[in-house]
Design a protein around this ligand. Sequence first.
Ligand SMILES: Nc1nc2c(ncn2[C@@H]2O[C@H](COP(=O)(O)OP(=O)(O)O)[C@@H](O)[C@H]2O)c(=O)[nH]1
Ligand SMILES: [Mg+2]
Length: 260
Amino acid sequence: MIELPEEPDYPPPPPVERPRGAGRTLVVIPAKDEEEPLPGVLAELRAALPDVDVVVVDDGSTDRTGEVARAGGAVVLRLPFNLGIGGALRAGFRYAVEQGYDRAVQFDADGQHDAAEISTLLAALGAGADMAIGNRFGDASHTYDVGRVRARAMGLLRFAVRQFSGQRFHDTSSGFRAFNRPVLEFFARTYPSEYMESVEALLLACAEGFRVAEVPVVMHQRTAGAPSNRNLRLLYHYLRLLLVMTVSATRRNRPEGAVV
Ligand SMILES: Nc1nc2c(ncn2[C@@H]2O[C@H](COP(=O)(O)OP(=O)(O)O)[C@@H](O)[C@H]2O)c(=O)[nH]1
Ligand SMILES: [Mg+2]
């Protein structure tokens, strides 16, 4: 028989100091090769929200993204190699949790998001939402053009999210979002890293029982730098997934003994 050692008499844990950032908001910016637009974006953030801290997750950029971010007053988390937006966000959320922030806002480095709209998202958290999504298509006075292919992909995503979550969202892939602390703690462990991570994160949050609100925001077109075109890749992955599901369903329905 194995003798178990006696439970050691641990000293009580030291009192936890409330870390820097307690009760405050952190803006998390995932960035890959955004040296051109980033200085302007950081200046706008400082002007609109002087009290808000900013962390830029420099995701293996090959340009001076990290340097311009630091020069613009942001804390920089430099990832040694490219993890993609989801991995970078998870790192940013973990930083927010460890530093004791109460809320975080996901914000783009390319100038498409409007710093003045952050208060709209935070107001939704203040009104009881756990997570707020900036809806690019909710303001009739301001049309945001995503192009035909992306619009189609977004329609499919809207439909899929409604089927899986039972809730209706208009902008399932918006990267302009705010999160309260419980959601941050959840996403610091679970934020998905595959393509379509924003859609998957929305589904995860709904499945976890978090209250997700959508609020209309103004969105600008990208002014500098290059889009990752990831929504085209999203569409590719989405269609691939549908194909795999259809093929496996067909195989299951094939009569016994049929060849190929
Ligand atoms: N961390 C990280 N950020 C990325 C990556 N690709 C794009 N981003 C950032 O994610 C944000 C949204 O990217 P963008 O290409 O503008 O996507 P779109 O607005 O959906 O077309 C921007 O801040 C980009 O710099 C990546 O591989 N890693
Ligand atoms: Mg963009």
